[in-house]
Ligand binder design. Structure first.
Ligand SMILES: [Zn+2]
Length: 472
């Protein structure tokens, strides 16, 4: 009893010393001394082409590598089947009365071939100027591996974790996680946790540690108007036969008010919840992004109508976007045709509590009621929006922990993009936060995807701070 109390007190003292930068915990010391072996584990992991969209044999190799590594790291790990590609599940349970942290990640990657513009074979990692170049380095193998290595460090130095920890590493994220929802709903007891902390995406371009409390949702649709199904001479038929694009554009124009930009689908904004005071405070504390935007956009930054409200617009409000058109002629030069078919790809970014499925139904009904029942509407993908309130006690703890780690930590009410966060917040009903570890120029999904190795190591250290921060 005395020993346990003493151990608990010494932990708190260690943490306080960490906070003031006077003492480096043994775990972090171990991580710093073993950065080379951490990188060699990362190199081995990145060699497997675990491409989910083609069901590549590299998936199985990744699963076996990951489960062996996790088991060796003291995490009791199994490979669990889903209706698709299996998940790797691991747990390290100390005491049911202690808090339980759930970490999500994905071991699958996007396809990559050297001919797409890579400087090296995407599955033969190369280190240049402190960055490792390989498919999956930033998205997402390097990110969840950093956390696994943090847990491994506790075992290597014979220190026990102060909390329970669970890992859920899926293999279908790059396909839109089609089977994860069912897996989570059927395994709620197994996955039961007090908070989910996951890493995906990029940090702020300034290099500050970044934390996001949720994500926007997504409804991606394709609108199609069939013309005569073959391209015709616009001199011979023009005037008698209209381009199917006119009809498609007329339909799209009914969806949006041209002055305000507001979406005109009835009920679209009904479920948009106002931000609470804690979220507003967070939003207002994000520095003005003008200088970062200038790096990306140059003088085109002026095209952003209001830079001061950039984060308000991109994080807390829904948006309707035309991604592109397909059909007819759009190559260089010219070709005078009436297209045989017209297709538009549209995306709606959604905020809490908009439901992409019911908005899709409303969109179909609205177009039909507006006389556009000849337009085919196809649902391509959905992600539900999700958010954890900033005043949740676990979130407050984590924000404080990160602020102690680095005074420059940036906290966002949520991501502008979409991740399967809703499975934690709605299905499991637990708070969920995301702390991306990859550099801003990680170039995930593109050629020369890379991960800054300093950030990889920082990810392991951050995980230690989170583990200790959740405990206190
Ligand atoms: Zn991805």
């Amino acid at each position: 009893m005395f020993f346990s109390l003493w151990k608990d007190c010494s932990r708190i003292i260690s943490l306080l010393k960490n906070v003031f930068g006077e003492f480096m915990s043994k775990v972090i010391e171990y991580l710093r001394e073993n950065q080379e072996s951490a990188v060699s584990i990362l190199v081995d992991y990145l060699k497997f082409p675990s491409i989910s969209t083609t069901n590549h044999p590299g998936l199985e190799k990744s699963v076996n590598f990951l489960s062996k590594l996790m088991n060796e790291s003291g995490i009791d790990t199994s490979i669990l089947s889903t209706d698709g590609i299996p998940v790797v599940y691991g747990e390290l349970l100390k005491d049911k009365d202690l808090p339980t942290l759930l970490i999500y990640g994905h071991y699958d990657v996007q396809p990559a071939e050297i001919k797409e513009g890579w400087s090296n074979d995407p599955f033969d990692p190369v280190i240049r100027n402190g960055k490792i170049y390989a498919r999956g380095s930033g998205d997402n193998k390097g990110q969840h591996l950093a956390q696994i290595l943090a847990v491994r460090a506790y075992k290597q130095i014979g220190e026990e974790l102060p909390i329970n920890i669970k890992f859920l590493i899926e293999g279908e994220e790059e396909m839109g996680s089609p089977n994860l929802g069912k897996f989570v709903s059927e395994n709620k007891e197994l996955l039961k946790a007090d908070i989910a902390c996951s890493s995906d995406g990029s940090i702020h371009p300034s290099g500050c540690p970044t934390l996001a409390l949720g994500c926007r949702g997504l409804l991606y649709v394709e609108l199609r108007h069939n013309g005569v199904n073959k391209d015709l001479h616009s001199g011979t038929y023009g005037g008698a036969l209209a381009s199917p694009f006119w009809r498609l554009l007329d339909a799209i124009k009914t969806l949006r008010d041209s002055e305000s930009g507001k979406v005109l689908i009835p009920g679209f904004y009904d479920q948009v919840l106002p931000l609470g005071q804690a979220d507003l405070d967070i939003l207002n504390s994000i520095p003005n992004p003008k200088s970062e935007l200038e790096i990306v956009l140059g003088e085109n930054v002026d095209r952003i109508s209001n830079v001061d409200s950039f984060y308000e617009s991109t994080l807390t409000k829904p948006n309707f976007n035309i991604c592109g058109f397909q059909g007819g002629y759009s190559q260089d030069g010219m070709k005078t045709i009436i297209p045989g078919i017209a297709i538009a790809k549209l995306d709606f970014r959604l905020v809490v509590d908009q439901d992409p499925d019911s908005i899709f139904e409303d969109l179909c009904e609205f177009l039909a009621n507006s006389g556009f029942d000849d337009i085919e509407v196809k649902k391509m993908a959905i992600f539900k929006p999700s958010k954890t309130p900033a005043d949740n006690p676990f979130v407050e703890k984590i924000v404080q922990t990160l602020l102690c780690y680095s005074k420059e930590t940036l906290v966002y009410p949520n991501f502008g993009g979409s991740v399967p966060d809703v499975l934690f917040t709605k299905e499991m009903k637990i708070p969920s936060v995301w702390f991306p570890l990859a550099n801003a120029d990680t170039n995930s999904h593109g050629p020369d995807e890379n991960l800054d190795l300093d950030l990889f190591h920082r990810g392991s250290e951050l995980a230690v701070h989170l583990i200790e921060g959740i405990y206190t």
